[in-house]
Design a binder for this molecule. Structure first.
Ligand SMILES: [Mn+2]
Length: 394
């Protein structure tokens, strides 16, 4: 008998599905959060049953369990740990550790792609085109490669995973990979995924109007309250409001904050660290502490939400070679105009500094004046008044 302890995300469940394909009812698959894995490992090892083979995928064990696993292995137990996270590299010192960040072709690896290789090399599983395709979608999703490759199917596979229960997804996919030559979504799934995509789009459009901007410990943060679709939301908000250093997605009910950035020079795991959290440079999470509540919730409740730049404009556009107009909740008139090689900022006819590029000038007014590009009608109205004033000699 085999016991597979794996992660409870798409990549982890991908391993579960491959395990079922290889070992059928000879394998017991358990899905774990990062926190619950070590308890499961302990429970397995306590039985000291060397007739059981232990497989661990997409997660790594604590230092204490590392020693216990090694002891189990020395006593004749069968163990294999397969992971692709850099933080687990040290486990390669053990005979049972197999950690690789890249696959043999030099592409970013996922646990599912490494486990697939492992199962085929040991002849536990015969590969097929359908399995190849499924594994590749999981790999692209887990390593973010799908964004670069613009492969919507990888994202859709993850959406489907979230729409079904683990058991349902596992069973559906296992059967599909056994029976079909090619991997794909059926008619009903396609319909459901289309509906889901529209729903996410509408949700994000609404949330774009509920972002509050403030400086927190020197960083310009955008704060939004949202329970769902954090990675999509973080991505889209960072695109729309690129002048922000990061986005904080706050869940008052769950007392959690998700932090996201798209900038290479901002590390949100450091910000999360201030509030009992951590994670990756571009995606982290932390608790909504008392202090966090004051900073992220109470303070921003007094503010007006950010507005996105007008996007249907014909005249007041950013690619202008002359000037364009911004405004804010104080209804300041903010003009960005080209002056030789530089860009001049003028606020209510007061000059406020020169910038070497349009982008830098725009970033300055957005961060410091809470500004957005105004609609054409406001721009035209401004020009009309100026022309009238010019004609009357004022
Ligand atoms: Mn993974």
């Amino acid at each position: 008998m085999y016991t597979l302890l794996t992660h409870n995300d798409l990549d982890g469940v991908g391993c579960g599905i491959l395990g079922k394909l290889a070992f059928g009812d000879q394998i017991d698959v358990r899905y774990n959060s990062i926190a619950s894995l070590n308890r499961q490992v302990e429970q397995f090892l306590e039985k000291k049953d060397v007739s059981q083979t232990l497989l661990i995928t997409d997660l790594s064990v604590s230092e204490k369990n590392e020693e216990a696993v090694e002891e189990f292995f020395r006593n004749g137990g069968q163990v294999t740990l397969i992971d692709h996270h850099v933080t687990a590299i040290h486990l390669n010192q053990y005979e049972w550790g197999f950690v690789a960040v890249e696959d043999e072709e030099g592409r970013p690896a996922s646990a599912t792609s490494l486990f697939y290789q492992y199962l085929m090399t040991h002849e536990f599983l015969t590969g097929s085109r359908a399995i190849d395709e499924f594994v590749e979608l999981v790999r692209q999703y887990d390593t973010w490669e799908w964004e670069r490759l613009a492969n919507q199917d990888a994202k859709r596979l993850n959406d489907l995973f979230f729409m079904l229960s683990f058991e349902e997804f596992e069973e559906k996919m296992t059967r599909r990979l056994l029976e079909n030559e090619q991997f794909g979504f059926d008619e009903l799934e396609t319909k459901l995924l289309d509906i889901e995509e529209n729903k996410i789009e509408r949700y994000i459009r609404r949330k774009k109007r509920e972002v509050y901007q403030t400086f927190i410990e020197g960083d310009c943060a955008g704060i939004v309250h949202a329970e769902s679709y954090h990675s999509e939301l973080g991505n889209e908000l960072m695109k729309e409001f690129n002048h922000l250093d990061y986005i904080a997605i706050v869940m008052v009910g769950g007392k959690r904050i998700s932090l996201r950035t798209s900038h290479d020079d901002i590390d949100v795991s450091k910000i999360a660290g201030r509030y009992q959290g951590g994670g990756h440079q571009k995606a982290s999470g932390c608790n909504l502490t008392q202090e966090g509540f004051r900073t992220f919730v109470e303070h921003t409740f007094q503010l007006e939400p950010l507005k996105a730049d007008a996007f249907h404009n014909k005249f007041n556009t950013k690619d202008t070679s002359t000037f364009c107009m911004f405004s804010n909740h104080k209804q300041d008139t903010i003009i960005l105009s080209r002056s030789g090689e530089e860009w001049q900022i003028e606020i209510n006819t007061e000059k406020e500094g020169m910038y070497p590029s349009f982008e830098e000038a725009e970033r300055h007014i957005k961060r410091n004046h809470y500004a957005w590009l105004v609609r054409d009608d406001i721009y035209v109205d401004y020009l009309r008044k100026h022309y009238a004033a010019y004609r009357s000699g004022k």
